[in-house]
Design a binder for this molecule. Structure first.
Ligand SMILES: [Zn+2]
Ligand SMILES: [Zn+2]
Length: 363
């Protein structure tokens, strides 16, 4: 039977307050935690005993019972089950607190901002250079972020201006950020008149945005550091620019390729012709060969949208739509009837193939 003095283990006096117990436990648990002592079985054992001592002494009922019996055997009072679950919950919270001490809420990053930028179809292909105005939160220009009027600051009485508090016991010392001044060591006695002590003001900021050629609708550009200013020297947030591209009345875009529907007359399609088209660089003409069918595509290599990643450009596809003439005059009808009489099967091979298949189904 091993006799254990829980007060000795937690290195506290018999009259220690609950806060003393908690503080001492945190300090020791931090030192002996298995994560900090990998492979050290002594530390592991010690850690277990510390936790055991804390479980008893932090509970007023258990502590009273323990006090009245004095030194008792560890085996007599606990089974291992007393620690499973309950213990890790208590410990998890405390340990987190110890680790985070002195980090929050200093060095907080400023918020990211979003801006929607509308571009014309042409701008999306050629790229754009725009200046946009962003209202963002910046350090007050009058007090430079201190929040205090001139002479309206004194040293923090809690930490004496150091910004942190040090807990020392034996060889162990833990530093914690001062919660009164949040670590900056100062106390405001008179607030800055410009920001009302908020330390920040909202200010409109001009940002120059270079949109690369070939950008697509829905793309997002990140401008580093152009979001809100950070807290207490923390980094600034970023600005995200969401691109919206206006639709073009004639072009359709798919990936890096552009599509353009071009209507032509049936005589042009039959005889071949030069037809007017549009490319991103302006008007142009292409040659349509004799016998062009409706729906046929002509590819103009490299006349599409620039590729953002790597080099090169997509293609432009010209899709021909053959128009059947309407509102024919008497004379036109006669000519077409003459034309029909002079036509042969080979003039309309697709029609012939269809009729052949139809015939074969009924024979
Ligand atoms: Zn101010
Ligand atoms: Zn302080």
């Amino acid at each position: 039977m091993i006799e254990i003095d829980y007060y000795e283990i937690l290195e506290i006096h018999k009259s220690a307050s609950n806060d003393d117990i908690k503080r001492s436990y945190k300090r020791l648990a931090f030192e002996y935690h298995p994560d900090r002592n990998p492979g050290n079985s002594n530390a592991e054992e010690k850690f277990k005993v510390i936790s055991e001592a804390y479980q008893i002494l932090s509970d007023p009922d258990k502590r009273a019972r323990y006090d009245s019996f004095g030194h008792i055997s560890s085996e007599g009072m606990f089974s291992d089950q007393d620690f499973e679950g309950g213990f890790s919950d208590i410990f998890g919270n405390l340990f987190e607190e110890v680790f985070n001490a002195g980090q929050r809420p200093r060095d907080e990053r400023g918020s990211d901002l979003r801006y929607s930028l509308e571009l014309s179809f042409e701008e999306s292909l050629e790229g754009a250079d725009r200046e946009i105005k962003i209202p963002r939160r910046v350090l007050c220009t009058l007090c430079e972020g201190s929040g205090a009027a001139e002479g309206g600051e004194t040293v923090c009485h809690t930490c004496g201006g150091r910004g942190e508090l040090r807990y020392t016991q034996g060889f162990i010392s833990i530093k914690r950020q001062c919660s009164t001044c949040r670590g900056n060591g100062k106390r405001i006695t008179k607030a800055c008149g410009f920001c009302s002590g908020n330390k920040f003001i909202i200010s409109e900021h001009t940002v120059r945005v270079k949109v690369p050629p070939g950008i697509t609708d829905g793309a997002r550009l990140r401008v580093k550091g152009e979001g809100d200013n950070g807290f207490e020297g923390g980094p600034d947030g970023d600005l995200y620019i969401e691109i919206q591209v206006q639709e073009h009345p004639l072009f359709k875009r798919e990936g890096h390729d552009l599509y353009l529907n071009v209507p032509i007359g049936f005589v042009q399609a039959a005889l071949g012709d030069e037809v007017q088209i549009l490319t991103p660089k302006g008007q142009s003409t292409i040659k349509i060969p004799p016998g062009t069918q409706s729906g046929q595509n002509f590819r103009l290599k490299g006349k599409g949208a620039p590729k953002l990643e790597g080099r090169g450009t997509g293609d432009l596809y010209i899709r021909v739509e053959v128009q059947v003439p309407v509102k024919l005059s008497k004379k036109q009808k006669l000519i077409l009837e003459e034309f029909a009489k002079a036509s042969e099967e080979k003039n309309q091979p697709v029609v012939k193939r269809f009729l052949d298949k139809l015939q074969s189904l009924f024979n």
